[in-house]
Ligand binder design. Sequence first.
Ligand code: PEP
Ligand code: MG
Length: 568
Amino acid sequence: MQGQGVVKGYAIGRAAIMSAAALEVVHYRIAEQDVEAECERLKKALATASGELQAMAVSLPDDAPRELGPLLTVHSLLLDDAALLQETCDLIINRHYNAEWALTTQGQLLAEQFSVMEDEYLRERGADIRQVIERVLRVLSGSTALLPSLEAGDAGDSLIVVARDISPADMLKLRGARFAAFLTDLGGPTSHTAIVARSMNVPAVVGLGHIRMLVRDGDILIADGFTGAVLVNPSELVLQEYRQRQAAYAGDRAELALLRDAPAVTLDGIQIKLEANIELPEEAVAALQAGADGIGLFRSEFLFMGRRDLPSEEEQYQAYASVVRTMAGRPVTIRTLDLGADKTLDGDVTVATNPALGLRAIRYCLANPELFATQLRALLRASLHGHVRILIPMISHMHEVRATKQAIEAACESLEASGVPFARNISLGAMVEIPAMAIAIEPFADALDFLSIGTNDLIQYTLAIDRGDSEVADLYDPMHPAVLRLIAHTINSAERAGIPVAVCGEIAGDSRVTRMLLGLGLTEFSMHPQQMLDVKKEVRLAHSNALRVKVASALNRAERIDLAALSN
Ligand code: PEP
Ligand code: MG
């Protein structure tokens, strides 16, 4: 069977099918005189399920994934929603449905409302509705067992959970038992099964369609978290092949872990800086644990999203300062608000003709001077605690650089006037993510302290391919020579101007592209912390100067750069 691999790794084990009350719901009509009692039964079940979730959220074991607490709270809040109770009771009162039937009907309606939302993340939140309703159905049926009591057999001594979907609360129950993999009918890369499985480091394949119906308890399964393939009752020969792959992968991970404290130096002695991209302040800990040389990109807009109000200067200051303190003297590059396109404030209903080309990022900040000033003051204050660098997104004109410098100067003056301590002479850099800036980079390189190439947007704008549109995803090609020439030109110009330059787009964390970037002369990479050791391994096996010669000659003539040609 084929699904989407969302957590890498191989697993071999016996299937343990998770119960799905939603699939076994009985439908019957109740008599008029029982309506009130049925509503009461529903009300109690909702309250019990919500109470269980709240109790779990406050008594999480120390080693539980940190996402679980907030997820459980959200689930219990969904159940406390008065509209859910009222609308489900209406179905009992008006149509005489039994409580289970009324609840699944109401749940389907809600899940459908989510399923038509444009945003992929919100679309997947329909799964939360299904999961909490599943929980109430279990309370109504009086059964709490999730999994059959299976003896793990001779298939590698492990069990693989097969489910329609797995809620965060179920995950918590399953956590202690060390399952080999999670396989679900539903879900996508940002579903909670994926998020939590990733933090537990257990291979997972989601979106398998009907695996729960097609596989029986005790069937032998192979799960391939790389390709999303699931093999059911495979032959001994196939089992042997996967046991070998599993052992080889475990060996690779163990070897990689040894690299944490090893220097990122190429075979010809070039020192490479590996920094981390983070979205939330608490992720700085993972960056440090992965051995990051600093934070290369803190996407500050995540502090502003998913809430009704704006974070105050004090709240922002605390968030930035906590990252700076965690990184203990290492550079922390904080990007000013990059709102617009796919990242918007809650309740913002302005629809730009083309949001990716509209009032985004620095354009938005310069148009909202108060909001910008608040963030700049918080950044200047946080820089007292360590090494802060301000990074400006989406710059295309030199006058935007000048306006930003004036805004920083004004923020310094206002702090000074009110006697609030801060550090002056903070370094200022810009994202290179608009082709116009990359082509005419020289004045920017002279006016700024550092540059950071945002390849996610640079590719989008160079090739005119919406980075979030799956219909044109095959044309989104980081190896297009036009993209690579823009990166090369930016790196060479920064070198000439004597300022540092990094790449912080997704390609910096893709170890298949590491050699290409080294060949372009890159010495600073910023990526998600979990990608760092893979990239470090590539760096340590590469000969930077040899790659520079190969890439330079390929850049001018190739139709598309062939990564295979860059291997040793
Ligand atoms: C980029 O565009 O490459 C980048 C790092 O910024 P974001 O992905 O946040 O747009
Ligand atoms: Mg960008």
